[in-house]
Design a binder for this molecule. Structure first.
Ligand code: PGA
Length: 251
């Protein structure tokens, strides 16, 4: 059966020193609780190796926030999936709406990144989600379905089984405006149906689908109580040990 997961996405926040301290804080907090979910932190590339050295990987997973769409070579400034893997990270967040929106990441580019991540034994946490206009005009089902189909549906069932999905409505990210638990459940159930049609019930039921967008300790339990919400991808609230742990312990 699928895993419950709470994953932090630190985005472009914290210096190396601040990030190591934050990771140590989360790691320490996890020694004192029995988390009923897998816990992951997604951190800037510059922090990966150092943080890997200070966390207990049996309790806390480590993710990069992106990787390149090329294997290696003359791509100044890029960081490849194999470089990410060599730091000890085992996850990579791909297709975050900020990457799609500000860095022009298309479905095609993301397909390549997913393949490179899998080839390097990284688990992609693949983000999907509609903008406000698409929510309001009711096209959000089609938008989310297309995002999944265009980047992921050439994968074999075996490879698809390695993917974690994160549904993040763009209108809820960093806005303080959370989708209601019913809104999240509606689209998560729809997504699982899309997966079942393509890969069958077993793969669909085994896929973790996280919710992201202004998730915080005060709303996490209600969201996570929904049958198709398998955890959260947490931005702002992941930058503080207490609030992140408040979400982890919502399970
Ligand atoms: P937020 O970000 O929790 O700050 O809304 C979530 C995300 O972008 O992953």
């Amino acid at each position: 059966m699928r895993k419950n997961i709470v994953a932090g996405n630190w985005k472009m926040n914290t210096t190396l020193q601040e990030g190591v301290a934050l990771a140590k804080g989360v790691n320490e907090a996890l020694q004192n609780v029995t988390a009923n979910c897998d816990v992951i932190i997604g951190v800037p590339f510059t922090h990966l190796a150092s943080i890997n050295g200070v966390i207990d990987s049996s309790k806390l997973g480590l993710a990069a926030e992106n990787c390149a769409d090329q294997k290696s070579g003359a791509y100044t400034g890029e960081v490849s999936a194999s470089m990410v893997a060599s730091t000890g990270a085992t996850y990579v967040i791909l297709g975050h709406s900020e990457r799609r929106q500000y860095y022009g990441e298309t479905a095609e580019i993301l397909k390549t990144k997913v393949n490179l991540a899998l080839a390097n034994n990284l688990t992609p946490i693949f983000c999907i989600g509609e903008v406000l206009e698409e929510r309001e005009n009711g096209t959000y089902f089609d938008v989310v379905k297309a995002q999944i189909e265009e980047s992921l549906f050439e994968l074999s069932a075996e490879d698809f089984g390695k993917i974690v999905l994160a549904y993040e409505p763009v209108w809820a990210i960093g806005t303080g405006k959370t989708a209601t638990a019913d809104q999240a459940e509606e689209i998560h159930a729809f997504i699982r149906g899309v997966l079942a049609t393509k890969y069958g019930e077993e793969v669909a039921n085994n896929t973790s689908i996280l919710y992201g967008g202004s998730c915080k300790p005060s709303n996490a339990a209600e969201l996570f109580a929904k049958p198709n919400v398998d955890g959260g991808l947490i931005g702002g609230a992941a930058l503080d040990v207490e609030s992140f742990m408040g979400i982890v312990t919502a399970f």
